[in-house]
Structure formats: structure tokens, C-alpha cells
Write a protein of this length. Structure first.
Length: 257
């Protein structure tokens, strides 16, 4: 049965969701190329990749359920268990771990009363948190990094991470360090399915640490080599030696005429 939450988030693959899945497939010359965003749409509605969602994608794309399940179980962004309103991923890969990522995970597990890949119970507010340690958030220049619904929270520590999850559970507006205000996980999944939420231009796209190399190059006048033209490439292929004339003005390499 399909229900509608107060926030307007639908649950269950209703007619509108099935039509949106077809729309995603129609974006691509080969419809099966749309499987990844289709799975994100399923998650935005059901809170996870469900058996019903796998079957729906398979039928629309004309492929087997096993092929869809193979994709859904390969990528870690697709969840086979329900995800809370806020997915908090703490990087514990090498640099973030050295900078304090492990300590952040330990503090949050203790504070929230849950372990890795677990979700807090609903305390009556309707706002739940799923906690997971991840291998890399691709933001080493801001280590240690925490992601909330795929948005960056940079240079975190146990204290700031604790305040972060408390603010999320309290319903306070939280803004990512280099992006928009934090929406719910299901809303973020709908964006990954290709449906614009109008927040793409909120917040800076890159921070100072990321731009150090670019600014250093500009200050020193460094530029990348100019790309060669197609005609230059053709000439070099025809005469790799550059058609240079012998330095002996016509003499052969043995000094003869």
C-alpha cells in the first residue's frame, strides 16, 4: 500500500513512481544505462532498494531481476536495509583515520547508541540517523570528513560531530561546508535520480584547500602545455625527424660529396 508522509515523501511504487522510472530510462539511447538513477529513485521512495523496486526496474528495462540485483549489491550507495532520515558516513580511510576519523566513529556510536550500519530508533520526532564508517569520502584535503546525505562536513572532530547529529535530530537547519543545506536522505536520493531540487547553487563549490594548487600556478604564471594541432600531429607522423637538413651542407654522414 502506498502512503504519504507529512513531508510529502511517498512510500511504495505507485503509478507516479513507475512513470518517473520510465522517464529516466527514456533519457538514454540504451534504456538500461538509466539503471543507476532508477535505483536512486527507488531509494527515494522506499528508503532502500527493495525486491519490488528491483522487479520494477527489470521489467521497465527489459532485463532480468538478477542483473538489477547485481548492480544494486555492487555499489555501496545502494542500501538493502532501511536508511534513516540522515545518513551519516564517517571516513575512516588512512588520512581521515590518522586525523581522527576513528575517534569520531567511536564517539558517535557511543552517543547514538548504535553500531556501524545501524539506525537510531524513532524517538517521536520522526528524525532518525543511520551511521556508517566509509572507506573514502574523496575529500582528503579536509580530513577528517563526515558526509551527511552525500554532503561534505569538513575538518570534523568528535565534539563537532556530536553537535552535528544532535542538530539533525532536533530538526535544526544544518548547512554543509561546501554545499547546500542538508535535506533528508530520501530527498537527496531523488536528486541523484536526476530530479532537480533547486539547491545546486547553494554554498561554495570548492574550498580554499582544494584551490591551493590552482592559485599557486596562477601566482607563478604556470600553465599547462598547449595542445598540438591535428596538422602538427600529421607532420610529425610523416617525418618524425622533423625533416632537418644535414649539418654538413649536403655531405653524407661519412664526409663524402
Amino acid at each position: 500500500m502506498t502512503t504519504t508522509e507529512p513531508s510529502g515523501v511517498r512510500r511504495g511504487l505507485d503509478a507516479q513512481t513507475l512513470e518517473e522510472l520510465r522517464q529516466i530510462g527514456a533519457r538514454y539511447p540504451q534504456a538500461r544505462s538509466g539503471l543507476l538513477p532508477m535505483l536512486h529513485l527507488v531509494q527515494s521512495v522506499e528508503g532502500q532498494v527493495t525486491a519490488e523496486g528491483i522487479e520494477a526496474c527489470a521489467q521497465i528495462l527489459g532485463i532480468s531481476a538478477a542483473e538489477v540485483a547485481g548492480v544494486a549489491t555492487f555499489y555501496t550507495m545502494y542500501k538493502r536495509r532501511p536508511v534513516g532520515d540522515y545518513y551519516v558516513g564517517v571516513c575512516t580511510n588512512t588520512l581521515c583515520a590518522v586525523m581522527g576519523g576513528d575517534a569520531i566513529v567511536e564517539r558517535l556510536e557511543e552517543h547514538l547508541g548504535i553500531g556501524n550500519d545501524e539506525t537510531t530508533p524513532d524517538d517521536g520526532t520522526g528524525r532518525t540517523i543511520t551511521l556508517e564508517h566509509v572507506e573514502c569520502n574523496a575529500a582528503c584535503d579536509y580530513a577528517p570528513v563526515v558526509m551527511v546525505n552525500w554532503e561534505f562536513m569538513d575538518n570534523m572532530d568528535p565534539a563537532s560531530a556530536t553537535r552535528l547529529v544532535d542538530d539533525l535530530r532536533a530538526g535544526a537547519e544544518v548547512r554543509s561546508t561546501r554545499g547546500p543545506r542538508i535535506c533528508t536522505w530520501r530527498e537527496a536520493e531523488r536528486v541523484l535520480a536526476g530530479f532537480n531540487d533547486g539547491l545546486a547553487d547553494e554554498g561554495p563549490a570548492a574550498g580554499p584547500a582544494t584551490l591551493v594548487g590552482l592559485r599557486t600556478a596562477r601566482a607563478n604564471g604556470w600553465r599547462a602545455p598547449e595542445a598540438s594541432t591535428s596538422s602538427d600531429d600529421a607532420d610529425n607522423e610523416a617525418d618524425p625527424a622533423g625533416d632537418k637538413q644535414d649539418s654538413n651542407d649536403g655531405n653524407d654522414s661519412r664526409g663524402g660529396k
